[in-house]
Design a binder for this molecule. Structure first.
Ligand SMILES: C[S@@+](CC[C@H](N)C(=O)[O-])C[C@H]1O[C@@H](n2cnc3c(N)ncnc32)[C@H](O)[C@@H]1O
Length: 243
């Protein structure tokens, strides 16, 4: 992807989607949600699970199939349309009262709600609160440490007290002695502890190698002659519980 061409703003994401630069999209249900689903739901069914900055993640469909109410949010309406249409889910679309230009896509069976709007414009008055959050790629997509802090603060009122968060963060693979490149905005365990100080429990639950799942990522137009998209990183999976 040419960095001059795209910006990580809602308008920039609309352009990226339009040009097919969605190399972050997994063509499978993510193994992390499958592995930690029982923890996230505390063994319960019919939980309201929020996926902020969801893209067209297949995890939403899978979670609905597990008996949950799913709430996705992305600023790109192409993501919502592709999610429902590619998965052959009947849906309705309505304006979001209180957010200019915002759209609420809803599956005909009512199990999946997909808010199309800037994340920073959503509130619990509009979408209500959720029991749990599955966040992958959200903090990566928001640039600037001040904005990342704002993102985490904005999540807090959307989650019930005692609610759980499954958080997947990418960390670059560094050789011994190597430091992260200047442009890198990865977040480490100490950052997670600081940013989520409103949680009573924060645990690093798993570290995995992105190389093991890269083959399931979507190729984007810059991938060349059929090479899968690759990202030299570790996935760090955190378990958090809100106070
Ligand atoms: C790195 S992708 C991750 C998508 C998804 N979580 C996944 O794993 O497939 C980030 C997504 O966030 C969306 N996004 C970026 N900034 C946003 C914002 N301010 N409000 C809502 N969505 C946003 C983009 O359109 C994109 O689909």
């Amino acid at each position: 992807m040419s960095e001059e061409e795209f910006t990580f703003t809602p308008d920039g994401w609309v352009k990226m989607w339009a040009k097919g630069f969605i190399g972050f999209h997994f063509k499978i249900v993510h193994p992390v949600i499958k592995e930690f689903h029982s923890w996230l739901c505390d063994g319960k069914t019919n939980q309201r699970i929020f996926l902020p900055l969801c893209g067209k993640s297949l995890d939403m469909m899978w979670l609905a199939e597990q008996g949950h109410q799913v709430v996705g949010l992305d600023c790109v309406d192409q993501a919502a349309k592709e999610f429902f249409e590619e998965n052959k889910i009947q849906y309705t679309v309505n304006d979001i009262q209180g957010i200019e230009g915002g759209k609420l896509f809803k599956s005909a069976d009512g199990k999946i709600e997909f808010y199309v709007c800037d994340f920073f414009k959503i509130s619990s008055d509009i979408m209500g609160q959720c029991d749990a959050i599955w966040d992958i790629g959200g903090l990566f997509a928001i640039t600037g440490y001040d904005q990342k802090d704002k993102y985490v603060d904005h999540l807090k009122p959307l989650l019930k007290s005692g609610g759980r968060i499954l958080l997947d963060l990418a960390e670059p693979k560094l050789k011994p002695g190597e430091t992260a490149p200047e442009w890198d905005e990865s977040l480490y365990e100490a950052d997670v502890k600081r940013m989520f100080a409103w949680c009573s429990s924060i645990k690093l639950a798993q570290t995995y190698d992105y190389a093991d799942i890269n083959e399931h990522l979507t190729k984007d137009p810059s991938s060349g002659d059929g090479d899968e998209c690759s990202f030299e990183a570790y996935g760090k999976v955190y378990h958090l519980i809100a106070k």
